[in-house]
Design a protein around this ligand. Sequence first.
Ligand code: NAD
Length: 261
Amino acid sequence: MNPQPVAMITGAAGGIGGETAVRFAERGYDCVLLALPSEDLNPITKRIEDAGRQYMICTGDLADLAYAESAVEQCISAWGRIDVLVNNAAWREITTMRKIELASWEQTLRVCLTAPAFLSRWCAAHMEARGEGVIINVSSIQSQMAAGISPAYVAAKGALDSLTYELATLYGPAGIRVLSVNPGAIDTAMGQDIAVDQQATATKIRQASEDMIPLRRWAHPREIAHSIVMLAGEDASYLTGTSVTIDGGWKQQCSPYSVKQ
Ligand code: NAD
């Protein structure tokens, strides 16, 4: 068995997933990086090497559950353990319920909900045998705050939070903790893809959101990564079956009086 703990991260080529992999490496974990075949993982693997840790790359489309299952099998046959699973990958189309095609709806649910559910099941089977493990689902504050621009995505994220509570109940007696993190506005490719039409430009939306966030800025993806790795560690040993909002105070911020004057 690998002497170091092992973290498996989906959507690991950049954004929150890439920063999470690097942070785990800095904390002594070897990393299993799941990414789309088209993505360049070199910037992330270089930083994992700089941290002195090993990595394994498994590329494929998470809508294909056979690929997801094979990634778990590959990790177990090479390293014999998975200590942490981070279900981070997500896909969404910026659209509305008036227009969304069934194929887009189904793809979103496959990537954002079905893949995390089954990856959790396959990883938990190995974690149960060792009596420990942590699963972290990267959800969103949009599981609780509507924006009107991504119906399948918000439905999937709401269900992902519910799945977190279900899995925490099922696997808690086996020593496995399951948590959601709910990021607010994060400066990544997905975070910047927010304009639904020509009038509502991304710049205007970003400015408006920054004016509402008490910390008055979007987060760097590293700030979410640090919280994920902290939640996966011993300092969070009694935390399970709950969602942790990481949004600079945005979700609680519904008063028009506290927006930037
Ligand atoms: P990102 O676009 O950098 O990362 C998303 C990742 O998902 C990409 O690496 C992409 O390759 C991967 N992915 C998409 N479809 C896939 C598929 N079919 N198979 C395999 N991988 C696939 O964006 P991010 O902001 O780093 O997103 C990471 C997580 O954070 C997501 O779960 C997202 O919902 C969540 N989140 C982001 C924000 C934000 O403002 N950026 C806010 C709340 C929640």
